[in-house]
Design a binder for this molecule. Structure first.
Ligand code: MN
Length: 137
């Protein structure tokens, strides 16, 4: 169970993403543009952010770059969401600092796999298992 912030301007996509996250036991916070998303990221310190690339006003890549430059939010993993699986978008999202990239329409298995992978990477210290893997600590 994680607290996940969705930044998405399309109501249908927001509804779908919220439903998929809640079905997986996560709680979802919703922002309809980058400005609200940045504010919620600071105020709520979510465990992960789903970031639509195409947003009105500031786009998702600019918003991700701001999050990654700010020590208060830099550690929060960001999954970029884009309408089309374009190579240029993928490269740009990596440059902006996104941790993963998913092409819409959202498919639940792909979304869950990306979330699980990033959450386990973000919190390696949660169990004794992590300690056992690192004999030097
Ligand atoms: Mn959009």
């Amino acid at each position: 169970m994680a607290k996940i912030l969705i930044i998405e301007d399309n109501a249908a996509n927001m509804k779908l993403a919220t439903l998929l996250l809640r079905n997986a036991g996560h709680s979802a916070l919703c922002a309809v543009d980058a400005e609200i998303g940045l504010m919620l990221a600071h105020a709520e310190q979510p465990d992960l952010i789903l970031m639509d690339i195409q947003l009105p006003g500031m786009d998702g890549l600019a918003a991700t770059a701001l999050l990654k430059q700010d020590p208060a939010t830099a550690a929060i993993p960001v999954i970029a969401l884009t309408a089309m699986a374009m190579k240029a978008d993928k490269e740009k999202s990596q440059i902006a600092g996104c941790d993963a990239y998913i092409a819409k329409p959202l498919r639940c298995q792909e979304l869950y796999a990306a979330i699980d992978s990033l959450l386990s990477r973000a919190k390696p210290q949660t169990g004794s298992e992590a300690d056992n893997l690192n004999p030097s600590s």
